[in-house]
Design a protein around this ligand. Structure first.
Ligand code: SF4
Ligand code: SF4
Length: 380
């Protein structure tokens, strides 16, 4: 069955619900302009919360993380859900059944996977052993791109955020259809041509115990050969889980790719439903390991250039934060493709991408790249 998006994709001028300005760079799914989000946040917050609740309703997901004081608690991600009996978690993976937390666990995951021939269009392929000469020979099968090998791309079908521009939004439907998969089954998907595993989604954060167990099993079954463990994440998991993930990547030659979606926490909340404080703390934490393995890069950052919202000011803030930690951390700026509740925005323009790259370089970063060049447009 073909899945229809629950919104219109017709591009047109939209009126900001707060200041009444009209622009093509205001998304109907959010209904607010960037200036109002930055400048009058308290006033527009109820509108933001309503937009997210409405965006989640078609998928039967709660509008806000449940916070019942005596409810069953999960601490796996920043949302720290506390569910009353019968209530569903923010990520949709857990419920309180008779006072017990039920649902996803270290051995039950909502997950699917596929084999992606290397070099792939991974956010980090330009600096990692699969797509470049980095890490050879200890962590790579080849002194250049690893032709003939594959990435096991592991798609976790749930998320701790609610990004209105989600580029992989279909998982919200798929998650309810898929059955549970054990960590052992996932680990067995690694074969002799698998050079790396990348956990993404959705996001791996709500299912980190499952991903960690699968990683350990896969490494155990593949001792004596290269198998890199990588993560692509919004960085919202509990810091103790992040530490375990980083340690597996460190030893195996893999990396952790943080999607830093906005610098201004208010804008981050408006776009993603959550603030960015945990993500930034976790980024710092992962970066503490950088000196233990400078090559290939252990930490990589990326930002999606959402037209009308993620502008040069956002990119400059993120870039200054990264540069202050280490100016050699690779930073990829990604072109946005109209999707989900922001399907009415244009694709990122060439001018926007170039200005964003200049802004990042001006903050002292030495490795900044524009990714997804083929998606760039010229509409604004
Ligand atoms: S998963 Fe890791 S090693 Fe594989 S292509 Fe992506 S960054 Fe490179
Ligand atoms: S992982 Fe899911 S259930 Fe746990 S705190 Fe996060 S959103 Fe809530």
């Amino acid at each position: 069955m073909r899945i229809q998006p629950p919104f219109s994709t017709v591009a047109q001028d939209t009126t900001c619900a707060h200041c009444r300005r009209r622009s093509r760079l205001i998304s109907r799914g959010l209904g607010l302009c960037l200036d109002c989000i930055r400048g009058d946040f308290e006033a527009v917050l109820p509108h933001i919360e309503k937009a997210h609740s409405q965006a989640r309703a078609p998928f039967h997901l709660p509008g806000q993380p449940p916070q019942d004081e005596t409810g069953a608690a999960c601490r796996l991600c920043v949302n720290e859900c506390q569910m009353a009996p019968g209530q569903k978690s923010y990520c949709g993976l857990r419920t309180n059944e008779g006072g017990k937390l039920m649902g996803a666990s270290a051995d039950r995951g909502r997950v699917s996977w596929y084999y992606d021939p290397l070099p792939t269009n991974c956010v980090a392929d330009w600096v990692c052993p699969a797509g470049s000469d980095a890490g050879y020979p200890r962590f790579s099968y080849s002194s250049g791109p690893e032709y003939g090998y594959r990435n096991l791309a592991v798609f976790y079908q749930a998320c701790s955020f609610d990004c209105l521009f989600c580029q992989n939004w279909h998982f919200r439907y798929d998650a309810t259809r898929a059955g549970w998969v054990s960590a052992a089954s996932l680990a067995r998907a690694v074969n002799q041509r698998t050079a790396c595993i990348c956990y993404f989604g959705g996001d791996p954060s709500p299912q980190m115990p499952h991903a960690l167990r699968a990683s350990r099993l896969a490494l155990e079954h593949n001792q004596g050969r290269i198998l890199r463990i990588c993560w692509e994440t919004n960085g919202s998991m509990h810091p103790s889980l992040l530490r375990q993930a980083v340690e597996l990547s460190l030893k195996s030659g893999g990396c952790i790719k943080f999607d830093l979606k906005a610098w201004n926490p208010r804008l981050h909340r408006a776009l993603c439903g959550m603030g960015n404080e945990r993500t930034l703390e976790n980024f710092r934490l992962a970066a503490q390991y950088l000196s233990q393995r400078p090559d290939p890069p252990l930490v990589v950052a990326s930002t999606l250039l959402v037209p009308g919202y993620v502008d040069e000011e956002e990119v400059a803030g993120i870039a200054a934060f990264i540069a202050q930690i280490d100016p050699d951390i690779p930073y990829a700026l990604l072109a946005f493709h109209p999707h989900f509740y922001m399907a009415d925005l244009p694709p990122t323009s060439r001018r926007h991408a170039v200005e964003a790259q200049k802004a990042a370089l001006a903050q002292g970063l030495r490795r900044v790249r524009i990714g997804n060049l083929h998606l760039l447009g010229d509409a604004y």
